[in-house]
Design a protein around this ligand. Structure first.
Ligand code: HEC
Length: 119
């Protein structure tokens, strides 16, 4: 059998096995087993992570750096040199695809050096 024919055969075999499995997943657990699960309400206090970057010159960092993580997460990092903060911002943009306005990059690095800078 050619590879193409084998693939066509597989295309028919896979759904035959996949459909009963999917139907099984869609069956609510309660109808499968005669379990007695008791639901109850709980109160959970989540950490307050909606803080913005404080202080003067924080606009560029507040406008670009809060989409994926909190200000606290950034401010709890160790103090770093200007070169290290520049590399950090570059990493956010290059590796994590942070949509940072190019004209804001210098202001962000300045704020980080002023707030969390090391000599
Ligand atoms: C597109 C999402 C996104 C945006 C926007 C973003 N980051 Fe991040 N950042 C991440 C991810 C993902 C991590 C890694 C988190 C982890 O390791 O748990 C991270 C981690 C960090 C860390 C911790 C150290 C590290 O390298 O892991 C710092 C500091 C940081 N970001 C600063 C910034 C700054 C400053 C900005 C604005 C220029 C920014 N981030 C914008 C996604 C983002």
């Amino acid at each position: 059998m050619s590879t193409l024919k084998s693939l066509r055969a597989l295309a028919f075999i896979i759904p035959a096995f996949a459909i009963p499995a999917a139907a099984d997943l869609l069956t609510p657990a309660a109808t499968k087993a005669d379990s007695t699960i008791a639901f109850q309400s709980v109160n959970v206090t989540l950490p307050d992570s909606d803080r913005v970057f404080p202080g003067a010159g924080a606009d560029p960092i507040n406008n670009n750096c809060l989409a994926c993580h909190s200000a606290d997460m950034v401010l709890n990092q160790p103090a770093m040199t200007r070169a290290a903060w520049q590399a950090e911002v570059n990493k956010m943009i290059g590796s994590y695809k942070a949509p940072v306005a190019p004209e804001d990059v210098a202001g962000i690095v300045d704020y980080l050096v002023k707030t969390k800078g090391a000599n």
